[in-house]
Design a protein around this ligand. Sequence first.
Ligand code: AMP
Ligand code: ZN
Length: 113
Amino acid sequence: MENCIFCKIVNKEIASEILYEDDELIAFYDINPMAPVHILLVTKKHVANISDLSDDDHALACRVLFAAKELAKKFNLDESGFRLALNNNADGGQEVFHLHAHILGGKKLGKMC
Ligand code: AMP
Ligand code: ZN
């Protein structure tokens, strides 16, 4: 998708420190961290958000959970805990309209909102 910042990172048009990558997902640090560990787990396919997922995306959605599990382990968040957040549309606070999950941890997080 043209003019999508996360597509540019996926396509390596913008350099980023890659923390995890497989054929469907990529993860990198959030540029504006809200916690000591703040990772973005991004689908390589351009899907705007959860509402834009199709019936063909079941496996992809499931993969996000399991990749988050692996990343949490890699960053030693599995025991201490972490938050997996997917912001959707305006009221959800979504700013980048390319499906991504925030993995937040490294401190005791506050309430959701
Ligand atoms: P959301 O509100 O869920 O759409 O969050 C988008 C996130 O992307 C924000 O936390 C931004 O700090 C982050 N972000 C935007 N541009 C970049 C970038 N080039 N590299 C890493 N993170 C980014
Ligand atoms: Zn995109």
